[in-house]
Design a binder for this molecule. Structure first.
Ligand SMILES: [Mn+2]
Length: 404
């Protein structure tokens, strides 16, 4: 490989930062129950510790997405949370309001027919803006569980209009450095209609939210798992990139629905095709799009830290592969309509073994050459398991697995 090309790839890897979700280090479950891991994080400090460890191993994860309800205790100054993150050499990334857990959100948050629930949602969202301002966060990420379960349950258009107004009100309170990210999902937890069901609806909500602020202050967040089977996600990404309306990406993989498996565990070529569109956009426009890359996985069984390192490692490899596509030749064969040649350029890049490239980059940045191997041989997960079991016991914590 030519050294100029290599240094371009190294630069791309330097700027390829992946945000980790604080909730991805805690025990999570399915709707049937939870299986506990001794080493799972149960406090905010433990989550930052684990994120810091992943960053130390990969050099690619300097920020942590925080969940306001789970990571900020009542009465605690947000700056304390910043200090806690700093202790583990990570920063606070996106702020994620929680508008789905409280009992008052039974019929929705911003879309609820109950004005008291809508008010509670607004109070919480504005608190999140304040927290974001204090901790200097760049992103306020909304995923809502809002929707209905049965035809006729509620007035869909009334819900849409209340949601539009709410997003606009929140956006107009944001400090200028902050961007609102709006995530969509076709179903779950609602099973008849979801108020932000797809990227088009998210796009319209974004446009409306910052229409009085010159636009572009709210952007769509694409979560790989939030689509029906067979939806062409890379097409959505390419389209939104061209519109300048994609703000972030949630990495994960799935076999059936929103399974939150580790990135590329089921369809690595699918993930590559998304990176391919992002790198194509960079090639076409001459500059890399401003995109918040985040992992959003919370599978049940894999050890949390290992799973996170796996996803980061694969994301880096797929990202490098996307940089190997010969885009000048691709444009030429596309122009000629040579479909087979065009497809082969993508496949050749995808099939190239780039492990040594990422390894060389790690060596040049004084990072562990094999972060997953290093983690597994370090014994740290066993040690954390022992320490955290003892700490939970000392706190008198009772773990509840059943939802009954
Ligand atoms: Mn997500």
């Amino acid at each position: 490989m030519k050294s100029q090309r290599m240094s371009r790839i190294f630069e791309a890897l330097d700027s390829f930062e992946i945000e980790l979700p604080s909730w991805g280090f805690a025990d999570t479950g399915t709707r049937f129950g939870k299986f506990f891991q001794e080493a799972s994080a149960s406090t905010t400090e433990e989550k930052f510790h684990d994120a810091g460890l992943v960053h130390q191993l990969t050099g690619a994860c300097p920020t942590v997405a925080v969940h306001v309800l789970w990571d900020f205790q009542a009465g605690q100054h947000p700056r304390e949370v910043v200090r806690l993150a700093r202790k583990y050499k990570v920063g606070i990334g996106s702020i994620n309001p929680n508008l789905f857990q409280d009992q008052c959100y039974k019929l929705g948050s911003f879309c609820s027919p109950d004005a008291a629930a809508r008010r509670a949602a607004m109070t919480h969202a504005l608190d999140c803006v304040d927290i974001g301002r204090t901790v200097k966060s760049k992103y306020l990420t909304f995923w809502l569980g809002d929707g209905t379960n049965y035809p006729g349950q509620d007035n869909i258009v009334r819900r849409k209009r209340d949601l539009q107004k709410a997003f606009r009100r929140v956006a107009e309170k944001m400090p200028s450095r902050m961007t609102m990210l709006i995530e969509y999902k076709p179903f779950e937890p609602a099973f008849y209609h979801t108020d932000i069901a797809d990227w088009g609806m998210a796009y319209v909500f974004c446009k409306y939210a910052s229409s009085r602020m010159g636009g572009r202050r709210a952007k769509v967040l694409v979560d790989a798992g939030h689509h029906y089977q067979s939806v062409n996600i890379e097409h959505i990404v390419a389209f939104l990139l061209d519109e300048g309306m994609i703000g972030g990406f949630h990495f994960n993989d799935r076999k059936y629905a929103d399974d939150d498996l580790t990135l590329g565990s089921i369809d690595p070529y699918g993930a590559f095709r998304i990176f391919n569109q992002i790198v194509q956009n960079t090639f076409d426009t001459g500059k890399a799009p401003k995109l918040a890359y985040m992992i959003d996985q919370s599978h049940n069984l894999k050890p949390k830290i290992e799973a996170m390192v796996q996803s980061v490692d694969l994301a880096q490899r797929l990202f490098v592969k996307a940089h190997l596509v010969d885009r000048k030749t691709l444009a030429r064969v596309q122009h000629k309509g040579d479909i087979v040649a065009a497809e082969r350029l993508l496949q050749d890049a995808y099939e190239t073994d780039v492990r040594h490239v990422v390894r060389d980059w790690r060596a040049s940045r004084k990072l562990p050459l094999d972060p997953l191997g290093e983690l597994r041989s370090s014994g740290v997960i066993n040690r954390l398991g022992r320490q955290r079991s003892a700490a939970r016991k000392a706190r008198g914590e009772v773990q509840v697995a059943s939802y009954a």
